[in-house]
Ligand binder design. Structure first.
Ligand SMILES: [Zn+2]
Ligand SMILES: [Zn+2]
Length: 461
């Protein structure tokens, strides 16, 4: 049987292709729902490498690419959507868009797709030459930023028959997680009132905008009486036309997030009551529309342990002086208190600490560190054992969804993190393919946890 080290050494030959893929994705940033080029490009690279590619019904930018035969089937999640307005010159240490207003890879999904591809190629090599049977499946996952791509893929049965799933995310530290992210529901509220001249006959009007405002007041009072880690945020993009017409239409758009999907459902019910109350107070009516939603990530300690072991044994990146200087320059754009907080969380707050995270977070740090965003990967974790880790692809203190991440994702720091992540994913996949007992233990834990956490996905209206 091929050793893990032989597989990892073979991956050195694959690095140029992985780097080229990541750069190609970075050079063609496409936002959620628009990932035609990125998905087609990845499909072609996988086909060229001997993978059988199948589409996901109803999702033109989603696909599965498979190599090997039979069980176990190890899934590797790849993402490739970018974010609007985050175009950035990869060599600049100040905000400098390549194209003003254009999208950019400010969440580093070009690296996410690249490393996952690299891992799939590494595992394919092992299955081809290693005397081990099983299947590696690369999942082309669009629409992560809208938090519903994988939710739809689960519903379309794309994950059927998969024994375990591996994922990672470019971030600012090398940290394995067990359980992560907040569950999320994205819901729109449509208020309908009665229009009137705002000065001649205000008494005849029923303002939908008043309802939106009163709902915000209610939501902000609700905030005090929900669990600490819940988040409620909102916006409005419609509230009438001119001040002298009572607005008969107004909308607000809310995200409700919490550590458990069951908490999200509970808070959402109360938020709907707040909306009904606002409608009652203003003599308007309200309708709700659930846009999307996703679950939090279910913990799996067996998967975490296997991932951690790979993170600790595979060499972490070594940075050049120029990369360290580039990182330090980028950090000048970050508020000092944010930087200090991050460094304290990760135990890197000594004056001499380098700008880029080194090593792997210990167990206590990993528990303390949180990922307060949401990801549709959570829905995958409700259907099979899953592991997630982050790899340092930007200086510690930088935050996702900023031009700083776009810069790092298009240059050396991000690429080194990606190549490390590819090896950690492949190493973890290797362990699951070759050690049936570990996979069985992970599945047993999944069965136990999911018995008390049934999958109740948010249903879009
Ligand atoms: Zn992301
Ligand atoms: Zn993101």
């Amino acid at each position: 049987m091929m050793s893990k080290q032989e597989m990892l050494s073979a991956m050195d030959q694959m690095d140029p292709e992985v780097l080229a893929v990541s750069r190609e994705l970075w050079n063609h940033p496409e936002t959620s729902g628009e990932e035609q080029y990125s998905a087609d490009f990845l499909r072609s690279v996988l086909r060229k490498n001997g993978f059988a590619v199948t589409d996901v019904p109803g999702m033109p930018h989603a696909f599965r690419a498979e190599y090997g035969t039979g069980a176990p089937v190890i899934g590797i999640l790849g993402e490739y959507d970018a974010l609007p307005g985050l175009s950035q010159d990869a060599s600049a240490t100040r905000h400098q868009p390549l194209r003003e207003g254009a999208p950019g890879h400010g969440c580093g999904h070009n690296l996410l797709g690249g490393a996952s591809l690299g891992a799939a190629l590494g595992l394919k090599y092992m299955l081809e030459h290693g005397g081990v049977s099983g299947t590696v499946r690369f999942y082309g996952c669009p629409g992560e930023e809208t938090l519903d791509g994988k939710t739809h893929m689960v519903a379309a049965h794309a994950f059927d028959g998969c024994d375990a799933a591996l994922s990672w995310h470019p971030m600012t530290s090398n940290t394995p997680y067990t359980g992560a992210y907040l569950a999320n529901a994205s819901v729109r509220f449509y208020f309908k009132g009665k229009t009137a001249h705002a000065s001649f006959s205000p008494h005849l009007g029923r303002s939908a905008l008043d309802a939106v405002e009163l709902m915000s007041v209610g939501a902000n009072y609700l905030r005090e009486h929900v669990i600490d880690k819940a988040r409620i945020h909102y916006t409005t993009d419609s509230g009438g036309f001119t001040p002298n017409i009572v607005p008969d239409r107004a909308e607000s758009w809310y995200y409700v997030r919490a550590p458990r999907i069951s908490d999200v459902y509970g808070i959402l019910d109360r938020l709907k009551d707040v909306a009904r109350g606002a409608a009652l107070m203003t003599g308007t009516t309200v309708e709700f529309k659930t846009v999307s939603g996703c679950c939090e990530m279910l913990p799996n300690r067996v998967m975490e342990k296997i991932t951690r072991n790979n993170m600790e044994t595979i060499p972490t990146p070594v940075y050049t002086e120029a990369e360290e200087r580039f990182a330090a320059e980028l950090l000048k754009n970050i508020p000092p208190e944010q930087l200090a907080r991050e460094r304290e969380t990760y135990g890197c707050d000594a004056d001499s600490a380098p700008a880029i995270f080194r090593g792997v977070s210990d167990y206590e740090t990993a528990r303390r560190a949180e990922l307060p965003g949401s990801s549709d990967s959570g829905d995958v974790s409700y259907n099979m054992p899953m592991s997630l880790f982050t790899a340092a692809c930007a200086p510690l203190g930088a935050t996702s969804h900023t031009w700083i991440i776009t810069a790092c994702a298009g240059s050396g720091i991000g690429e080194k993190g990606m190549l490390y992540a590819a090896r950690v994913l492949a190493g973890t996949g290797y362990d699951l393919l070759t050690d049936g007992a570990s996979l069985k233990a992970a599945q047993e834990e999944f069965r136990k946890v999911s018995a008390t956490h049934p999958y109740t996905p948010i249903q879009a209206d």
